[in-house]
Design a protein around this ligand. Structure first.
Ligand SMILES: Nc1ncnc2c1ncn2[C@@H]1O[C@H](COP(=O)(O)OP(=O)(O)O)[C@@H](O)[C@H]1O
Ligand SMILES: [Mg+2]
Length: 331
């Protein structure tokens, strides 16, 4: 439903997109995951016919975005990163106006507006001017506006950035619902968890380049094994590291700031039990202990050497507490 082949775009010296490929099957959610400035919105604008690529091509339902932008626009709905609604109109008026811009007859525009208000839980607020709406309500209204034209492809640019957790969950449920009804969704996000929860397939971009692609599980399994994570009192860290040295099947990572040891394991349950036995024998009670799959955060860190939240890769931690130097720790 969405095909992107070798798309590049520069703004002066900034390479916003470099040879990007992506292919989205009908009725699926494609996650486009990357930190701020990765090039997500640039790709969204190209697909929405708002920006021409320097090279490569993009098609929606087989239609080239540059050759036939009008048809492409009739197929897509776009909810941008910043809610684009008229402050002085009511929620209902905004939606009806969008319907009229889609050249729907007035009664149909009203019906569609009503449907969108209901689906997005905005019926009670429908006749209030948008300037009285909260951020979450605006974002929902904007999403509603992108649905009035019944698009086959919905492009959502960071739909939940800045939303509270409750509204984010509602938004997720809503997006799943649309996809169950056959809509194809391209969703950009900086939240690993969001891509993990929603996307059938994920493309990870960083500095304009695709650095990984696959399902969430595929991306995680690139890291291989599950992990045991043990958090102890700071005074127990060295002893814990020593007694756990034979557990697991790879090199342990020691986070001295959080007093946390992460050990890759190949036989998760027996290894976890072995860890418990040696800890118990040594009289160490961890503050926290668990077995977990690698998260997309681990994947992103492994791929880029940075977490998605890091703008500056080598900025010092701001938490005040400094890492201990292992060499200087008395035995
Ligand atoms: N119109 C523009 N003019 C100049 N630079 C731009 C423009 N749009 C985007 N950029 C730059 O291109 C890069 C990618 O931006 P963008 O696609 O907005 O990233 P994202 O949406 O992933 O945060 C950034 O370095 C950004 O500053
Ligand atoms: Mg953006």
């Amino acid at each position: 439903m969405i095909e992107v082949e070798g798309v590049s775009k520069s703004f002066g010296p900034t390479k916003a997109l470099v040879d990007v490929d992506m292919s989205v099957p009908i009725g699926t959610i494609q996650g486009l995951l990357g930190p701020n400035g990765a090039g997500k919105t640039t790709l969204v604008r190209i697909l929405a016919t708002l920006l021409a690529p320097d090279a490569g091509r993009a098609r929606i339902a087989g239609i080239d975005v540059r050759q036939d932008p009008n048809t492409v626009r009739s197929l897509i709905g776009l909810a941008g990163q910043y809610a684009a609604v008229d402050e002085t109109l009511t929620g209902r008026e905004n939606l009806v106006m969008v319907g009229r811009l889609y050249r729907l007859a007035s009664p149909l525009a009203k019906t569609r507006a009503e449907e969108a208000l209901e689906r997005l839980g905005l019926v009670e607020a429908a006749d209030r001017p948008v300037k009285t709406y909260s951020g979450g309500m605006r974002r929902r209204l904007d999403l509603g506006a992108s649905l009035v034209g019944r698009p086959r492809v919905l492009i959502l640019d960071e739909p939940t950035t800045g939303l509270d957790p409750r509204t984010r969950l509602d938004m997720w449920a809503f997006i799943r619902d649309l996809v169950a009804q056959g809509t194809t969704v391209l969703l950009t996000t900086q939240y690993l968890e969001e891509a993990d929860q929603l996307a059938d397939h994920i493309v990870v971009i960083d500095r304009g380049k695709v650095i990984a692609a696959g399902t969430s599980d595929e991306l995680k399994s690139r890291l291989g094994s599950d992990l045991i994570e043990v958090e102890v009192a700071e005074s127990d860290l060295d002893r814990t590291t020593a007694v756990l040295s034979d557990v697991g099947c790879g090199k342990a990572t020691i986070d001295e700031v959080r007093a946390r040891i992460t050990i890759p394991v190949c036989d998760p349950v027996p290894d976890l039990m072995a860890a418990l036995r040696v800890l118990d024998k040594a009289g160490i009670t961890p503050k926290d202990l668990g077995l977990r799959r690698p998260s997309l955060d681990d994947v992103f860190l492994a791929l880029t050497g940075r977490t998605t939240g890091d703008e500056d890769s080598d900025a010092p931690p701001t938490t005040g507490r400094r890492s201990r130097q292992r060499a200087g720790t008395p035995a």
